[in-house]
Ligand binder design. Structure first.
Ligand SMILES: [Zn+2]
Length: 165
């Protein structure tokens, strides 16, 4: 995707001012490196519009936590089917961290299945990814991962791009 137009630039800058991570997730999702992303902090209508201006579909999903309290998640994607898959599976459900949920989320969020499986077995097993690169990822790379090193340059490019915008 070409982020050079003046409109998109101001949109990305504003998102970055709100939260660097939100802007980074938005770019990764625009580029398709992540089919779908989830933002767990509240977003107002103006902030949702910024994501939409980047060409992303957004949806707010109601969930509950253990205490019964309701939380609102924002999901965004370029792909209507992924928004629907998430909504059908998770809308109005309690937040859970079961292996099944982690596998499905991993699929939606673009995490390598090898890393998700390893994380379910033993989270944060030491890997060979340099810490400053691991920080650019939203999944924990598995030991000797064959996929993450292929993904990393694309993640790093967007991360650097956003830092220097
Ligand atoms: Zn892996």
């Amino acid at each position: 995707m070409d982020f050079d137009s003046a409109d998109l630039k101001s949109c990305i800058r504003t998102l970055r001012e709100i939260d660097f991570e939100l802007a980074y997730l938005a770019l990764l999702t625009c580029e398709g490196l992540k089919p779908l992303s989830r933002w767990e902090k509240p977003l107002d209508d103006q902030q949702l519009r910024l994501l939409q201006q980047l060409g992303l579909l957004t949806k707010q999903i109601r969930r509950t936590v253990k205490t019964g309290k309701e939380v609102v998640e924002t999901i965004f994607s370029r792909l209507p089917a992924y928004i629907q898959l998430y909504e059908r599976r998770f809308a109005n459900t309690p937040i859970d961290k079961s292996a099944e949920t982690q596998r499905f989320e991993g699929f939606l969020f673009g995490y390598p299945a090898c890393c998700v499986d390893q994380y379910i077995r033993k989270p944060y097993t030491p890997n060979n990814i340099p810490p400053e690169e691991q920080k650019m990822l939203f999944h924990w790379a598995c030991k000797d991962c064959k996929i993450t090193p292929v993904l990393l340059p694309a993640y790093k490019r967007l991360h650097d791009f956003l830092n220097n915008y």
